[in-house]
Design a binder for this molecule. Sequence first.
Ligand SMILES: [Zn+2]
Length: 348
Amino acid sequence: MTPSARPILCVSVPSPAHDLAEHPEHAGRVPAILSAVEDDGLLPELAFLGPSPLASRIQLGRCHAPSYVEGLERAMAAAPGFLDPAPTYVTPDSYRAAREAAGACIALVEALLADPARPGLALVRPPGHHARPGGAMGFCLLGNIALAARAAQDRGIGRVMIVDFDVHHGNGTQEIFYADDSVLFVSSHESGIYPGTGFEDEIGQGPGRGTTINCPFPALAGDRAMRECLRRIIVPAAERFRPELLLVSAGFDAHFRDPLASLQVSGSGYHALTRGLAELADRHCQGRLAFVLEGGYDLEALGNGVVNVLRALTGRPAETGLGPAPWPEPEAKVTALLDRVVARHGLD
Ligand SMILES: [Zn+2]
């Protein structure tokens, strides 16, 4: 990988008014990331885009049913409240906040298309990868990364690859593109946890058959599993698909310290994965690459994860202060899983 010679394009939408005390997806997350980035001396590597327009009804309609968007807006009159049992909360500001987050992701991708010689990072919330075409789910209101992918396609990009390394399956993104062969969706996640989807045999349908790839890892899988997933699944899938844009649903809840799940990725794991993804974007996409924040609920691990993404993108070594994963990985189970996914998708 050629480290980015120019600042990384960044959007930041902390959404302070979309907040709920004691909820893991709270308004302290983006400030915690920015503070970790600053403490690591990386702020000068970021070029912040100014305020972006809110995502429009037309843009939202590329991924969501108008009836859902109207219902979400109406839900503001009854806020605060809950839209699903995750629990996905809303405050009176949530509709605006979600459109601001989605609009920022769209603006980031549009800026990258105009000037692809640098990667992008969207530090936005509420997150998006569980949001379905017709409903909020899993702390997510609008499909930020899916909306950004569609906006890129509206600007002339044909094939978009989305890699989702959040510990939870990106069911919303998968559903939006399930029958669409112009978007390759690859998700690594922990098997058997929320949202209960992302099985190996979910591979897309109709013209999209084969353009959804799921790697549901057993508990305690970590850096080795991610490295092998990159080498055996993500890289060959990209070789075959030849994406013109690479988007990454970057959740940091697969970190071994995260309270919501049991994978064991470490800071150096995120660093290695980022290097691999950046190489892919250089090889296939003229460097067009953007990371979009999803989950990550241990604030230190979250900040360290983003720091390691930025260190990898700027040619710096990994920041390993939080240490290696505490437990051995279930290597045989991971290898067996990857063998099956490789065989199912003809990636050998
Ligand atoms: Zn997650």
